[in-house]
Design a binder for this molecule. Sequence first.
Ligand code: ATP
Ligand code: MG
Length: 326
Amino acid sequence: MTKRIFSGAQPTGNVHLGNYLGALRNWVALQHEYESFFCIVNLHAITLPQDPKLLAEKTRDLARIYLAVGIDPQVSTVFVQSDVKEHSELTWVLNCVARVPELERMTQYKDKAKKQQDNITVGLFDYPVLMAADILLYQTDLVPVGDDQRQHLELTRDLAIRFNRDYGETFKVPDAYIPKAGARIMSLSDPTRKMSKSDDDPNGCVLLMDDADTIQKKFKRAVTDSGTEIRFDLSRPAINNLLEIYNLITNKSQQEVEDHFAGKGYAQLKGDLAEATVAFLQPIQQRVKEITDERLDQILGQGSEKARQIASVTLQQVFEKTGLSR
Ligand code: ATP
Ligand code: MG
């Protein structure tokens, strides 16, 4: 049987190069090999405050981005999380399997809670359980994500194993697919932090929809390390990050990239990087504009129908195993 992948991104802001290089790029590459489900996880988005009108807009924008980067709705299922009620229902059941201390250990929760001291919702705490439900509903084999999601994936596996042990074999235990390169693209303003949609500093992220001017400015402002040599070196995280982006965007080998920049300065690196990024994003931005509302609704409608067919079978099994169906 064809193996399945499931993954998603939150419509919390604008998609950046980190999201693309760490996740979306691999979805596109894997979709022909796996039966693929790509979700716009708007239920995750509301774990932090969102403007309702903007959230609805961002949800559609993100769907457009999925398609524009190369997700093919003929082979992949693209849908919005809140359109498939099973995600919320399975979350409740898994809430009764997950333990409070294991959720308290989640570093994303701790990081995001720190920024929200007076306003930490139960939803933010429960985020990893919802993510486990997303994945387990589709009997997923592989979950292509960035490195920041490694811990959540471990929890998903733990919950699946525990449920299977307590109620009988029900869920496939999924594996994470974390790429060797691009799994953790760092902020241009602070190479100790990952590039994030919810970052307060807009200069840290290059967005897929940024215009050429903005891209040039952001790379120009990017912090660098001391020294002058341009080569891959983890002990110089700022330059390493810029080179990793260049490497992935241009599809060159590390050696080719180092040869290209041999004897050149940081200004050249930033200029070339901006130029390559603009050229790379131009056709994506063009495709975003070409997707009509009508086409988008059709794809998301078909997607949620297909997703529901599979999700409902899993949920029915869960209800039977747990005594929730009579
Ligand atoms: P937020 O700050 O709202 O959490 P985000 O930038 O982390 O936004 P998500 O929607 O949470 O984006 O994540 C979507 C996918 O992108 C996930 O698979 C995640 O692992 C991946 N991802 C996020 N940031 C990076 C990054 N800096 N480098 C590589 N992959 C990333
Ligand atoms: Mg995130």
